[in-house]
Structures are given as structure tokens and as C-alpha cells.
Design a protein around this ligand. Structure first.
Ligand code: ATP
Ligand code: MG
Ligand code: MG
Ligand code: MG
Length: 468
């Protein structure tokens, strides 16, 4: 059976044989791009090459890019543990053409790799195209996909934009049908979010440029940007439906099961899945220089760490758990990503320290949450003030509280939470004003209001950065 490590190599070798420069993954923290939280697709490091601002000495490239989708525009945090196909950290395999080949080659490359080299059953594959993209439709027919398995999609799912202005174009996506024993419908249907039809590969055709006045003109340099999740293609090739059943994810789940003595396949399986996922995102983020903090990227890291700790708590872990799993991760991924081994001591220490510091308040906060729920009627929302108290006094990020409530089928009154937060800010401002240091304080509070004192939300307004 091919391991995920083998599959990554097969992908890169295939495109290498076809004249592509093999380019290393860029770091998770994008260089010189403060508007973007984390690299979330393979094209991020090539953005300026696509727009023509930067030139390289090759016109085709392939990579396996480290991606994190746990904040900003792309946020899969709430999917983790619950869907078969989402991680917060994953590897995106991609091939790119910078004004070199276009639709006529990009589709056959993908088709040949997955049906011939990987040997995937072609009768289970479907393709989507943007509803007006007759060219892509024809290329799919030419490679042998029957017309009734080429679906025209009129939504933005099949039209990619780099931002409100700039390069854009239709895309085509390849889906695999895992069979009618799994809930879900084909792309474009109301049940498309199920896990029966799983999206494998997205191929973007950059052919237009969008201008601020609303006009769109054809690009002089037509380019290709593709992305395929290694864990998703890996699941297929290993005869699995679920990404978490692939060799790599499974070994992390088993490490968690071993360390906690809780059955990896029992009713607590979801906690092992979350821990395996969060172990990867937190470790890779630390290796790329992010440290837990109360704002910006560091706060996203802290939120993921604290979520993981709650799941460790639910597995009955009495002592810090995450740092003990780092060797299993390094054993699996240290060869492909040497930065992981280089940062191993830092990752271990950071995970351990954060877990030690949060441990006591986690226990107390969870008890407070349980008591609050006991006092509430069955279907009532958790009051915003309670969620705010958990945040303010116990260090529970809002999403941690929401994650805890989800298992119980409950939700937080988010408006109430926001109101409690606003009230506290107003009180703090009034106290400062009363202290006489009004001029400085006003500037500080205006800045805090604008940028968010605790949770910097500026990234959430980012539009389609690096999305494919
Ligand atoms: P989905 O619709 O399943 O959420 P997507 O359309 O958001 O996927 P793209 O932005 O098109 O995904 O990214 C390209 C590819 O990267 C996808 O086809 C998929 O194989 C993979 N991918 C995307 N998000 C994730 C994730 N959270 N975990 C694992 N793989 C992912
Ligand atoms: Mg998605
Ligand atoms: Mg999709
Ligand atoms: Mg997609």
C-alpha cells in the first residue's frame, strides 16, 4: 500500500517528468503579506508570478504546500472531527503554469495521473465546470468522461478570484463518488455537503482580469493553478473513505490512543481525530515561528491548542498530552518537512507549557459550564454573559465553548457574548478616562476598537486571498 509519503513523491515525480520545476512548500506564515493569516493553498507563494510582478526562470512548477485553514476566510476548524475530509492542517499538491500550458493540457495531466498512474476507477469520477465554460466541458469529453458526469455549476464554487480585482477565471473540480451507503449528493445538489461525493482536485483557469469599474477583460498571460488534498487522494488510494483512516493520520490517532489508553475506534474516536489534526496544525505553526498569544496568528494557534486540550481532557488525560505525541508526528513527517525536526524541542516545550498553564482553568471552566447548563431549560441558549465569563476569567476562546456545547446539541447566545464584551470595553474606557490620562488613553482605546484588543479580526475581512 502506498503511504502518504509515497503518494506525495509520486505526484511530484509525475509533474517533474512533465517539465515542472519542483518547488518547496513556502512557510505557513506568508512572507510580506500581513493581510493573509496563513498559507491556505499552493498558489500563495506564486501570487506575484501569476500577476506578472515577479519572474522566475521556469514557467511550470509543482509543489506540496503546507496549508492551514483555521481562521480568516477559510476556516475548517469546526469541520474537524466531524467530516471525513477536513483538516485544519493539510498538504495541497499542486501544479502550476505561468502563461505556459492551459486547459487543453491541464485537464489531461490531472486525468492521466489519477486514472492511469494512480489507477482510480474512472466510473466513480465526476467533473464540475463553470456553467459557461464550454471549452473545459469539451476537454473533459475528449479525455473520455461521459457527458452526464460533467456537471455545469453556476455558482462561485466554480469561479475563482484572487481578490475583488485582479486575475480570475472559471475552475473545474474532480469529485469521487464513495457510494450510496454514505450520505450526500453530487456537486450542485442540496446534499452536496455530505461526504458521499468528495472533492479531490480543483483546477483553476486564470483567464480574465477583473477591474474596479466592474469590467472584466481577457488576460494576456493565461495560467493554471491547481490543488489536490494529499490526505483525500491518499484515502482513495488506500481504499478508505475517511482521511483520518490513512496511514499517517491513523498513526497519530494510535499515538493518542496509546498515550491515553482509550480505544481509538470506540465512542471517543472523535476526540482522537481532533487531537491528531490539532497536533499537526499546532506543531507546524510553531515550527514556522508562530507562538501562542492573545492576538492575531498567535491567538489562532492558542485557540487550536486549547481546543485540543479540552478533547484531551475528555479522554481522561490527567497530565499534559499533546507534547507527548510530537515524536509520532516527527517520525511521520520529519523527513518531508525537516523544519519539524529542527523545531522539535521548541514545539515540545511550547505545547507542554501552554497545557500546564491552561490545565487548572480548563477544569474549573468546564465545571462552571456544566453547572450553567444544569440550571438552564433543555433548549435554551447558553447566556452570552456566561460565555463571556468563561472567556474573560477562564481563558476559554468563544469557539472552545461552542465546540463543547455542540456535543450536547446546544449553542451560545453570540449576540449576548458580543454585548458583554462591548460592555467590558466601555467600562475599561470609562475607568481610564477617570484616571486623568485621557489623551493617551483615548488613542489607545480607539486603536483597540479598530483592531480588536484581544482578537485581531482584520484577517476576516480579507477577500479570497490565495483561495482556489
Ligand atoms: P471542500 O469543498 O471539500 O471544503 P474546498 O473547495 O474548500 O474543499 P479548495 O479551496 O478547492 O477546497 O482546495 C483545493 C483542494 O484542497 C480540495 O479539492 C481538497 O482536495 C483540498 N482541501 C481543501 N480544504 C481541505 C481541508 N480542510 N482539509 C483537507 N483537504 C482540503
Ligand atoms: Mg472548503
Ligand atoms: Mg469545494
Ligand atoms: Mg474547491
Amino acid at each position: 500500500m502506498a503511504s502518504l509519503n509515497d503518494i506525495r513523491t509520486t505526484f511530484l515525480d509525475y509533474f517533474g517528468r512533465n517539465g515542472h520545476e519542483i518547488v518547496e512548500s513556502s512557510p505557513l506564515v506568508p512572507r510580506n503579506d500581513p493581510t493573509m493569516m496563513f498559507a491556505n493553498s499552493g498558489m500563495v507563494q506564486f501570487k506575484n508570478v501569476f500577476t506578472g510582478l515577479e519572474h522566475r526562470d521556469y514557467t511550470r512548477a509543482a509543489s506540496s504546500q503546507k496549508c492551514v485553514r483555521a481562521g480568516g476566510k477559510h476556516n475548517d476548524l469546526d469541520n474537524v472531527g466531524y467530516t471525513a475530509r477536513h483538516h485544519t492542517f493539510f498538504e495541497m499538491l499542486g501544479n502550476f503554469s505561468f502563461g505556459d500550458y492551459f486547459k487543453n493540457e491541464a485537464i489531461p495531466y490531472a486525468w492521466e495521473l489519477i486514472t492511469r498512474d494512480f489507477g482510480i476507477d474512472r466510473t466513480r469520477l465526476l467533473a464540475t465546470v463553470y456553467h459557461t465554460d464550454d471549452e473545459a466541458f469539451e476537454v473533459w469529453k475528449k479525455v473520455g468522461v461521459p457527458e452526464d458526469r460533467i456537471i455545469r455549476i453556476p455558482t462561485h464554487d466554480n469561479f475563482w478570484q484572487m481578490g475583488p480585482t485582479g486575475p480570475c477565471g472559471p475552475c473545474t473540480e474532480i469529485f469521487y463518488d464513495h457510494g450510496d451507503h454514505i450520505w450526500g449528493g453530487p456537486p450542485g445538489s442540496p446534499e452536496e455537503d455530505g461526504d458521499r461525493f468528495i472533492e479531490i482536485w480543483n483546477i483553476v483557469f486564470m483567464q480574465n482580469e477583473q477591474f474596479a469599474d466592474g469590467s472584466m477583460v481577457p488576460l494576456e498571460m493565461q495560467s493554471i493553478d491547481t490543488g489536490m488534498g494529499l490526505e483525500r487522494i491518499g484515502a482513495l488510494l488506500q481504499g478508505k473513505h475517511d482521511n483520518y483512516d490513512t496511514d499517517l493520520m491513523r498513526s497519530l490517532i494510535e499515538a493518542s490512543a496509546h498515550a491515553t489508553s482509550v480505544d481509538p475506534d470506540g465512542p471517543k474516536n472523535v476526540h482522537h481525530r481532533v487531537i491528531a489534526d490539532h497536533l499537526r496544525s499546532t506543531s507546524f505553526l510553531i515550527a514556522d515561528g508562530v507562538m501562542p498569544s492573545n492576538e492575531g496568528r498567535g491567538y489562532v494557534l492558542r485557540r487550536i491548542m486549547r481546543r485540543a486540550m479540552r478533547h484531551a481532557h475528555l479522554l481522561g488525560a490527567q497530565d499534559p498530552l499533546m507534547y507527548r505525541l510530537v515524536p509520532a508526528l516527527v517520525a511521520q513527517m520529519g523527513q518531508a518537512y525537516p523544519e519539524l525536526g529542527r523545531a522539535q524541542a521548541l514545539i515540545t516545550e511550547t505545547l507542554k507549557l501552554e497545557e500546564e498553564r491552561f490545565r487548572a482553568t480548563l477544569d474549573r471552566g468546564l465545571r462552571l459550564l456544566d453547572e450553567a447548563l444544569d440550571d438552564l431549560p433543555e433548549d435554551a441558549h447558553l447566556p452570552g454573559e456566561t460565555a463571556f465569563k468563561l472567556y474573560d476569567t477562564y481563558g476559554f476562546p468563544l469557539d472552545l465553548t461552542q465546540d463543547a456545547l455542540r456535543e450536547k446539541g446546544r449553542v451560545v447566545d453570540v449576540d449576548g457574548f458580543d454585548a458583554a464584551m462591548a460592555e467590558q470595553k466601555a467600562k475599561a474606557r470609562a475607568a481610564w478616562v477617570g484616571s486623568g490620562e485621557t489623551a493617551d488613553a483615548k488613542i489607545w482605546f480607539d486603536l483597540a476598537d479598530e483592531h480588536g484588543a484581544t482578537e485581531f479580526l482584520g484577517y476576516d475581512t480579507e477577500i479570497a486571498e490565495g483561495q482556489i
